[in-house]
Design a binder for this molecule. Sequence first.
Ligand code: CU
Length: 382
Amino acid sequence: MKAPTKQNLSRRGFIGLGLGSAASAIGAGVLAQSALAQTPPEPTPMAGMHHAGAGDVHASMSQMLVGTVDHARNGFDPMQMLVDWDHGTITGETDDGRPIREYDFSAGDVEIEIAPGVFFPAWTYNGRVPGPSIRCAEGDHLRVNFANYGSHPHTLHFHGFHPAEMDGVEGQYRGAIAPGEAFTYEFDADPFGCHLYHCHAAPLKRHIHKGMYGAFVVDPPGGRPPAREFMMVMNAFDTNFDSENEIYAVNTVGHEFMRRPIPVKVGELVRIYLINVVEFDLINSFHLHAHFFDYYDTGTSLQPTLRVVDTIMQAQGQRGIIEFRPRYPGRYMFHAHVSEFAELGWMGFFNAVNEHDFAGALAEVGLDAEWDHKSLNGSTSK
Ligand SMILES: [Cu+2]
């Protein structure tokens, strides 16, 4: 076996790890020590971006963060993250005939742009924040190959039923996976619902707020009714490390959906898998303008747990499914019903249009038919 070189363990190397060739190099379970060569980025100074200076920020942005974020440089786009489910690769079958779904995860240190001109030294899964949006069907057998290319020990802790050995908690069983090491987590996807995974290394709040989390959606047998589906992780960033957040968002980039409203069609069912991972603040919330929705707490039931509401709240780690139908054409805000979060980035628009205007609404925000297709075909239940 060819040993990994320093070059293929670079940032691009670890992002690409899931895509084949490099994966075979970790079969032995230990990565070359050159993985340790990565140096963590220095914290970026954030003049004026702390709470005390928030008034200045607001004055300069008149309710909105000004400018645009370079998604190509980041390597991910919040708009694509709404629909880019990772279904893994079916690599076989269990003895009792269930699919074995395999996923590749690599941890690494990456600087990301979380608002126009605001950079954050993140710890990532597969080079992105949030990490890949895992999607599968209830009962699938999952194999999650995890390799740590980062500068700190990390784990993968999935919410769901599984044996203790697969719980991904530092100090327990296999525990934290050290830099340069690898481990495969293996368990059944159960129960169906809207779940999450995150790192469970100490100190937990630091590992989570640095960006180590993502969606874990398990489809029920038979699936849910057809809908346009979006994955939204409510997150936030403490850019000056004072244990308070300076930027709030859905899918990492503050006010992205203010700049680029999310296209939806009048009358269609819209389903949002909503997950709150915000550290340091006790409660987050989701409010939709001019509509009411049904809410399925944790998504573990096919019956709504709340009907006809326009605001829900989630503690950290809480999540659920929102369903609504746009009634009239127009732009409708959605945001945290905590004004501070909304002003610091957690606010966006849906752009509800009639069928004949939909292609235009897509083009306006740089989207195409592929995005439309993905938003309607994310489910793994057939
Ligand atoms: Cu970690």
